[in-house]
Design a protein around this ligand. Structure first.
Ligand SMILES: Cc1cc2nc3c(=O)[nH]c(=O)nc-3n(C[C@H](O)[C@H](O)[C@H](O)COP(=O)(O)OP(=O)(O)OC[C@H]3O[C@@H](n4cnc5c(N)ncnc54)[C@H](O)[C@@H]3O)c2cc1C
Length: 385
């Protein structure tokens, strides 16, 4: 294994591999990616694959627009079909506060030339008659939104990175970052080895805070448990339905092949536990049958838990840490990391190769915003996909 590299990426999830892929197209020398387990085994393999433009901050919308451009051309760029279904996202509002939040979002989204529809209860009833609308005030729909396959996208990134010479290692845990005089010097591996490098990228997902801590940096990234369930094939709903989100309770559903993918609750379950629980399964089923009554004719086949990496303002942390030269963070995606992985790969590769980002300005995602009090404000936080 290498003793020296120009860049070391810690974490082989969707973010680390995207960075590896985009960076491998630049002239930055040798790139090594270290994954403590197997590629994609973290949050990436547990995610719902949702991709939406319906955010309420410019930076999140910009990340989505850039990423959707890549997802649409993914096969040409990466040689693998990402299974991108643009079946739209349908947000449902039950309270005036939720309606107001959606309305504010639509105004901003339309300023980005997005065709987001504001819907009345009757509109929803007519277009998606399987939805129980009795308690709804309305909703929004954006046809550009949808979902893709996390595994397919990961494979695309990994293949491109490997083809371009990135050395990717599994079962290689980083246990320390070597620093001197406020500069990164290298990383220490669990097996005792070290790799000298001037640039370390922390793409450790829910463990990004733990990895930063090893370098003496404190990042406000908290792991938060979320659960998902699948049904067997179910033909009593249309073959294509929008990814539908009941904002009031944070429940969502989309097609998964011929079956369905249904979310558990938005509980405040912070920590690294990946245990599924009865309450999660009960919520998925009971709320499912309430919002889409025909689901009473289906069943939940299997479920799993995964971790969001949450920051205090539900926005990612992206960029070089101001207190440690060479330490770059791409973490804290707060439930949006899969969909924002293309844009993240692009901006981090620009940052490393050119010293600054040109595709998107990312100062609003800097690590020091929490100290300076410059937090972002995303209204649609009750639901974090
Ligand atoms: C139930 C659920 C549903 C979701 N749905 C969506 C969705 O619809 N849309 C969306 O955009 N996002 C969604 N997400 C969020 C998405 O999964 C994450 O934002 C994304 O996968 C983050 O990717 P990552 O590469 O940062 O993290 P990860 O995939 O967790 O990868 C980080 C990797 O770093 C490795 N690692 C950690 N520490 C070390 C170390 N010390 N040394 C070496 N390697 C290390 C880990 O093993 C892991 O493989 C969902 C998440 C969950 C849990």
């Amino acid at each position: 294994m290498e003793k020296i590299a120009d860049v070391v990426i810690i974490g082989g999830g969707i973010i680390g591999t995207s960075i590896a892929a985009f960076l491998s197209e630049k002239r930055v020398g040798s790139i090594v990616l270290l994954e403590k387990g197997l590629l994609g085994e973290g949050s990436t393999s547990r995610c719902a694959g949702g991709i939406r433009c319906q955010f309420t901050t410019p930076i999140n919308i910009q990340f989505s627009l850039k990423s959707i451009e890549i997802f649409r051309n993914f096969k040409e760029i990466f040689g693998i079909d990402p299974e991108f279904h643009q079946s739209g996202y349908l947000f449902l509002a039950t309270t005036h506060e939720e309606s107001e939040g959606l309305r504010a979002g639509v105004k901003l989204q339309r300023s980005f030339k997005l065709n987001v529809e504001s819907l009345s209860r009757n509109d929803i009833k007519e277009r998606w008659p399987f939805i129980h609308t009795g308690d709804l005030l309305g909703g929004t729909f954006c046809a550009q939104d949808g979902y893709a396959g996390p595994y397919e996208v990961l494979r695309g990134y990994v293949q491109k990175a490997r083809d371009n010479g990135v050395r990717i290692y599994e079962n290689k845990e980083v246990v320390g970052t070597l620093t001197r005089s406020g500069r990164v010097q290298g990383v220490k591996l669990a097996n005792g080895g070290t790799i000298s490098t001037p640039i370390v990228v922390d793409a450790a997902g829910p463990y990004a805070g733990v990895v930063a801590e090893m370098a003496g940096i404190s990042l406000p990234i908290q792991p938060l448990k979320r659960q998902l369930y699948t049904t067997p094939p179910f033909d009593k709903l249309p073959e294509e339905i929008p990814l539908t989100i009941d904002l009031h309770v944070g429940w969502y559903i989309r097609r998964e092949g011929k079956g369905l993918l249904i979310s558990g609750p938005q509980s405040e379950d912070y920590g690294f536990s990946l245990k599924t629980d009865f309450e999660g399964r009960e919520f998925a089923a009971v709320h499912g049958m309430y919002r889409i009554p025909v689901l009473s004719q289906s069943t939940l086949a299997r479920g799993w838990a995964g971790l969001y990496a949450i920051t205090p303002d539900n926005h990612a942390i992206i960029g070089m840490h101001p207190d440690l030269d060479g330490f770059i963070i791409a973490g804290g995606f707060s439930g949006h990391g899969f969909q924002h992985s293309p844009a993240t790969g692009i901006v981090i590769s620009e940052l490393i190769s050119e010293g600054q980002t040109s595709t998107l300005k990312v100062h609003s995602l800097s690590a020091d915003r929490f100290i300076k009090g410059n937090l972002n404000r995303e209204i649609l936080t009750a639901f974090r996909d």
